[in-house]
Design a protein around this ligand. Structure first.
Ligand code: OXD
Ligand code: MN
Length: 597
């Protein structure tokens, strides 16, 4: 006999009971957000082997988890937007009709929780009760999901209280089922405000408040309600005069978004009084306020960051953040119950247990003669933002932060200068719509291959992307004080393959110029692609960079840009006559500027 819940919110009660009738859990537990229940769950999951308690002296409150070997990343090919009409999902999304999707997934969910507990997680993306926020309820049979959601979102009683008897919420259902790739589906029903995810235990597929709600569903809602749900970091730059200005930035995976969000100023700038405040590293919800400007909140309360490559040089703030109350997924487990990953802190231990649970030692070679990694390239940490040394005191602010500038960024070994500024909002939207990045080893596909990923939202836009461009253009018209839009590329190389720009903390010099431009306090040079800095306006104090390198960083190769234009046109063709005229106009205008000598 399946247990039933009784709640004052009758719609919520009926939905939970319906999902229970389908999944048949042995027990239902409502997550209250309190410490006592969390401790109990940690104990239970440790006893069951779902998580491993790490060395509590060295990593207090930290746990370790391994996902199934076939379940280590978001599965874009199994991720669907299920609108009634196919064209509403657009040409860049996988589509399934809601009827087929519910039927297929229901067959997998059926009886899948037979000997399991169903956890009910009421959560809020954004401060509870803020007009910016959205509530959700996730049902899941995974304690790992519960423990991650407790870090990533605001969970518990206060959310239920806030929902009252009839508050709107996103219905999120997750089940591990058999963790079988052939029976995995990540389904979004934006018209029903519903998400169903089955057959996976990996973060991006199962922490349904994150990519699924805060990007795919929220972008759909944002278009209807007139705001933007973006794959963007949010950071504040404190100037020596104490004034803090905020920037949001979209970068595809593997472009150092988390590092940038937690940037540590180089010594010379720190001495002058510069400081960075982290508001978010992955998602920004942005609205136009009564002042005619754009304001942003980070709907999350935690980081779910990639570990390989993270160390106290590349990201000291992330390292400090994850020393307690954090979850490590798919890294190497050391004999003293601490953790290690490639390009992390210190040398590899002489021995450990790898992310698949096998004995590992440095230099281990597989049957094909390849080096075996101790940690999966997409291994992750989940940690509370509040533990980040650079965490902003504005995190809880109901109205978020005022956005002075928006950055689009990508990884390009050539072509794209270190930084340039769009001529205006609509030109900025065109830059975002055509941004292209090189794939890295951490992504599927051929390394070095360029993929166009508009606003870094290609895998996350919950509706037709041509409508998404139109929505961005409309947003610009509605603002009396829109933020300025910039493009950055930290990854340009010289002919010998060396990076031209040192990156990391030094990127603050570029943010600084961006804010100076946003404030209108410096002039710039007009080029066919946009405005580029006058070198004298960039604070290069303490950085020894040759004029030759600076020249190369800002070199504009018209021929290469004309070739790029072809790739952009090819990409935009798929939107057919739905592509906004303004984007077509910007393409044409760009081509003309490039052809003019
Ligand atoms: C992420 C991603 O995990 O963008 O944040 O892939
Ligand atoms: Mn992301």
């Amino acid at each position: 006999m399946v247990q039933k819940v009784s709640l004052k919110h009758k719609k919520l009660e009926r939905w939970i009971n319906r999902m229970c009738a389908m999944c048949q859990p042995r027990k239902i537990v409502i997550i209250d957000g309190g410490t006592a229940q969390k401790r109990k769950l940690e104990k239970e999951a440790s006893s069951a082997g779902e998580i491993i308690r790490l060395n509590q002296k060295k990593l207090p409150g930290c746990f370790y988890h391994r996902t199934a070997p076939n379940d280590v990343a978001r599965t874009e090919s199994l991720t669907y937007i299920c609108t009634r009409k196919k064209h509403d999902a657009g040409p860049t999304n996988n589509w399934m009709s809601p009827r087929t999707a519910y039927r297929k997934a229901a067959a997998i969910f059926k009886n899948s929780m037979k000997n399991r507990t169903m956890y009910v997680i009421p959560f809020s993306m954004g401060p509870v009760g803020s007009p910016f926020s959205k509530a959700g309820v996730e049902l899941t049979d995974s304690i790992y999901v519960v423990l991650n959601m407790l870090i990533m979102t605001k969970v518990g009683k206060e959310v239920l209280e806030h929902l009252g008897t009839d508050g709107e919420f996103t219905k999120c259902l997750h089940g591990k089922a058999d963790l079988d790739l052939k029976k995995r589906l990540i389904l979004h029903f934006p018209e029903d405000n519903t998400i169903w995810s089955v057959g996976s235990g990996y973060g991006g597929n199962v922490l349904l408040g994150k990519k699924c709600l805060s990007l795919r569903i929220a972008s759909f809602i944002g278009r209807k309600e007139g705001w933007l749900a973006e794959h963007m970091l949010i950071l504040g730059v404190e100037k020596p005069n104490g004034r803090i200005e905020y920037i949001t930035g979209a970068f595809p995976s593997a472009c150092g978004k988390t590092n940038l969000a937690m940037l540590v100023p180089p010594k010379s700038l720190k001495k002058k009084g510069y400081r960075i405040w982290t508001v978010g590293d992955d998602i920004a919800w942005m609205r136009i306020d009564s002042d005619g400007a754009l304001w942003a909140i980070n709907p999350e309360t935690g980081f779910f960051g990639v570990l390989p490559g993270t160390n106290s040089k590349t990201n000291p703030n992330a390292m400090a953040t994850m020393q307690k109350n954090s979850i490590y997924t798919n890294v190497l487990l050391k004999p003293d119950k601490t953790v290690w990953w490639e390009d992390g802190e210190g040398p590899a231990p002489p021995k450990g247990t790898d992310w698949m649970g096998r004995t590992w030692y440095p230099g281990l070679i597989d049957d094909d003669g390849n080096i075996v990694k101790g940690a999966h390239p997409n291994s992750r940490f989940t940690a509370p933002i509040s533990q980040c040394p650079s965490a902003s005191f504005r995190l809880e602010h109901h109205h978020g932060v005022h956005v002075s500038a928006i950055i689009f960024g990508s990884r390009r070994a050539s072509l794209t200068p270190l930084v340039y500024e769009s001529f205006n909002w609509q030109h900025g939207v065109y830059l975002g719509a055509t941004m292209a990045s090189e794939r890295t080893a951490a992504q599927y596909g051929k390394q070095g291959q360029v993929r166009i990923d508009p606003m870094a939202m290609l895998p996350f836009c919950g509706y037709d992307m041509s409508e998404y461009f139109r929505h961005w253009l409309e947003m610009g018209k509605k603002m009396s004080k829109p933020p300025k839009i910039f493009f950055v590329n930290w990854f340009r190389k010289d002919d010998s393959g060396e990076y031209l720009w040192p990156g990391y903390g030094e990127n603050l010099r570029i943010l600084n110029w961006i804010l100076d431009r946003a404030a209108g306090s410096v002039e710039a040079l007009k080029t066919p692609i946009g405005y580029i800095p006058r070198i004298a306006d960039m604070d290069m104090d303490g950085l020894d960079l040759s004029t030759d390198k600076l020249g190369k960083l800002f070199y504009i190769d018209r021929k290469a840009w004309l070739a790029e234009l072809k790739t952009q046109k090819e990409f935009l063709k798929q939107f057919k006559n739905k592509l906004p005229e303004t984007i077509k106009y910007e393409l044409k205008a760009f081509e003309e500027r490039l052809k003019k000598t």
